[in-house]
Each structure stands twice: as C-alpha cells, then as structure tokens.
Design a protein around this ligand. Structure first.
Ligand code: THU
Length: 131
C-alpha cells in the first residue's frame, strides 16, 4: 500500500466537500482489498443533522458498487489539524470494514493506527441474537 498516494487522494477529496455550515473540509480515501481507492468528502445539509462525514460517504459509495473488503482509510482535515474519525464513523467502519488501518493526516505528516485502537470494546454483530 502506498500511504502517500492514499493521503494525496484524501487531500484531493477535500476539494469536493460541501461544508458551508462548519467550513471544515474533510476528505477520505478508502483502500479496498483489490487495490481500488474510493473517495469521500463531508456533505452538509441545512438541516444540520442530515450531514454526512467523509468516511461514511467513501464507505457507502464503495459498498454500493460491490466492494466489501477493505484495508485502510486515510482522513484529511483542513490545515494542519489532525482529523480523527468521529464516533459514529468508527462504529460504521467497524461494522462494514473491520479492523482496517486508519491514517490520520496532519499537515504533511500523519499518524497510523488500527480501528480497534480507536474503538475498543466495540459493539458489533456478534452481540446480536445471543441466547
Ligand atoms: N467530519 C467528517 O467528515 N469526518 C470526521 O471524521 C469528523 C467530522 C465532518 C462533519 C461535519 O461536516 C464537519 O466535519 C464538522 O464536524
């Protein structure tokens, strides 16, 4: 995996953010198991709660096109601020992508971790339908 390419693509995805309310542009680049990269940006709504994060846009796009196995996601926020995924995105990624590598971009640097480190003791489908 080329981390720098994933980061570059996350940065490019930021350009498509629709964020007139927060003015906080986020881009995500999601690498699937076949090597394809799926991009997402945050898309806000005048009814604020209907806004969607970049990570979920990338993931839902990929799944809707038949990609179901993932390796990594790079997430870029404005300026030099790191943009760790929000709690909702952590849960959704855990359910749909599993324990992927998470690359949090800060300016020209980045930190890498695993989703399991960002969402310890996660709820998941394994807790459903227990006897
Ligand atoms: N946002 C994301 O897209 N991803 C994150 O990981 C954190 C927050 C968006 C949601 C909202 O449009 C804006 O950033 C400010 O919260």
């Amino acid at each position: 995996m080329d981390v720098h390419d994933l980061i570059t693509q996350a940065r490019q995805a930021q350009n498509h953010a629709v964020s007139p309310y927060s003015n906080f542009q986020v881009g995500a680049a999601l690498l699937d198991a076949d090597g394809n990269i799926h991009l997402g940006c945050n898309i806000e709504n005048s009814s604020y709660g209907l806004s969607m994060c970049a990570e979920r846009v990338a993931l839902f796009k990929a799944i809707s096109e038949g990609h179901t196995e993932f390796k990594a996601i790079a997430i870029a926020g404005p300026g030099t601020l790191p943009c760790p995924p929000c709690g909702a995105c952590r849960q959704v990624m855990w359910d749909l992508a599993g324990d992927i590598r998470v690359i949090i971009v800060s300016g020209s640097e980045y930190e890498e971790t695993k989703l399991s480190n960002l969402l310890p003791n996660a709820f998941g489908s394994n807790f459903l339908n227990q006897k």
